[in-house]
Design a protein around this ligand. Structure first.
Ligand SMILES: Nc1nc2c(c(=O)[nH]1)N[C@H]1C(S)=C(S)[C@@H](COP(=O)(O)OP(=O)(O)OC[C@H]3O[C@@H](n4cnc5c(N)ncnc54)[C@H](O)[C@@H]3O)O[C@H]1N2
Ligand code: MOO
Length: 400
């Protein structure tokens, strides 16, 4: 079906630019390291100590001076991990274990499988200097940059911080997000469903995405379809949140009160975007609080959250890798045509050796949330194009 008024549609990029304009990183807070998974570093972190702090053994075996190797040597000490090593008596070797400190005077370790023990002596094969020794500072050298500002902390980063002895870390405060759901037909799960009603699927879905994108959900309220209530709920939300997310009420229906309420309280721009799903989008401000008004259709809301809300929360956290999604070029396993709107098709990427295949969910209606639940990417089909099987398509990988 031909779409009219395409000239009036605006690009995704322009809307995103408008949304992020003037948005800067929130302030930091000091938290305990074990609580910092997924949080974003405020500043660069430098290494306070060498890791490992001393040369140590990579293997269970015998430490010795390489010049003494290839001979039978007396075993002059035993160095369990965690115990200080005594300087090695010349012409001897030391029983040593993985992680034990290399004694002064030794420069290599022969692994025990290659050593023959004879009483208190060991016949040690020829061993090169440095063999099986992990040098002091091999992992991290004191003073080196360890992690950069804006890094999203994950398991390995938390391990690095702990390896430095750090107990607290300065991270960006989580953006506070208030979720407002419009629509008198919406009923909470657990309640009986009457004729004309549907369960609230957008609420839990968006709450999960907000947390996943690094936000803190500070409130989640339903707003009745009337102007006064909408106004009051928006004001309350603006008082506690950095970001207000609404769903529903951004199209042209007469029951939509978000637009007039926002026009009263702050600024509002309504976008009609050259994208599908999710043509309508509302962007606004109430004081310093940003508002993202997503469409009510669950799929449009889901796609809009990935494309707009995630970058906004990323910018507020000073986290560049949350501002965009990884793009994977894949081989289309389908044929489709678009007109004036770019299509974000919910698709599955499958990795088959060298080939990456994109298969769209068969039903792409913006009311079919199954298309989101069963896929892992958005295949981005440019406006006015014809994609045939085997063509390359750029896909946004929804793993961020
Ligand atoms: N005459 C026109 N009608 C519509 C247009 C248009 O341009 N002209 N745009 C269509 C498009 S595109 C979309 S998207 C929707 C956007 O509508 P709203 O944002 O105003 O949302 P509602 O009308 O309130 O709801 C749409 C749809 O979504 C369901 N919904 C809403 N909230 C929830 C929820 N929390 N959980 C589950 N489902 C929800 C609602 O029942 C409706 O079915 O407008 C089109 N119309
Ligand atoms: O674009 Mo609406 O989001 O088609 O359903």
């Amino acid at each position: 079906m031909a779409e009219r008024n395409q000239a009036e549609l605006q690009s995704v990029e322009r809307a995103l630019e408008a949304l992020l304009d003037g948005v800067s990183r929130l302030e930091g807070e000091r938290i305990a390291c074990p609580d910092a998974d997924g949080r974003v570093l405020v500043d660069d972190v430098r290494a306070a100590i060498d890791v490992p702090p001393a040369d140590n053994s990579a293997m269970d075996g015998f430490a010795l001076a390489s010049a003494d190797s290839g001979r039978q040597l007396p075993i002059s000490q035993r160095i369990p991990a965690g115990q200080p090593a005594q300087p090695l008596a010349p012409g001897t070797c030391a029983r040593i274990f993985t992680g034990s400190e290399i004694p002064a005077g030794a420069d290599c370790v022969a692994i025990q499988e290659n050593v023959e023990r004879v009483g208190d002596t060991a016949i040690v094969p020829v061993t090169q200097a440095g063999q099986n020794v992990r040098r002091r500072g091999l992992d991290v050298t004191m003073g080196q940059p360890l992690l950069g500002a804006g890094t999203r902390l994950g398991a390995a980063a938390l391990g690095l911080l702990a390896g430095q002895g750090y107990t607290t870390v300065d991270v960006v405060r989580r953006p506070r997000v208030a979720l407002l759901l419009t629509g008198d037909e919406i009923v909470e799960p657990g309640q009986p469903l009457s004729s004309g009603q549907i369960y609230n699927s957008n609420g839990p879905m968006l709450a999960a995405l907000i947390r996943r994108f690094g936000g803190e959900l500070v409130s989640q309220v339903r707003v009745a379809d009337d102007f006064g209530t909408t106004l009051a709920r928006l004001e309350e939300a603006a008082a506690v949140a950095d970001v207000i997310v609404t769903t529903g009420g951004v199209s042209v229906g007469e029951e939509d009160h978000v637009k007039p309420a926002l026009e009263r309280l702050g600024t509002l721009s309504l976008w009609r975007l050259a994208m599908r799903p999710g043509k309508p989008l509302a962007l606004g401000t109430i004081g310093s609080t940003r508002l993202v008004g997503l469409p009510g259709n669950p799929v449009s809301s889901y796609v809009g959250a990935w494309l707009y809300l995630r970058p906004l929360l990323g910018r507020l956290q000073g986290c560049a890798d949350r501002e965009s999604l990884p793009v994977i070029s894949a081989e289309a396993q389908f044929e489709t045509r678009t007109q004036g709107r770019r299509h974000y098709m919910r698709a599955n990427l499958e990795f088959h050796g060298e080939r990456i295949l994109a298969t769209p969910y068969p039903e792409q209606s913006s009311a079919v949330l199954t298309s989101c639940a069963e896929t892992n990417a958005f295949a981005v089909i440019p406006a006015d194009s014809h994609i045939r099987p085997g063509d390359r398509v750029d896909c946004l990988w929804l793993q961020g």
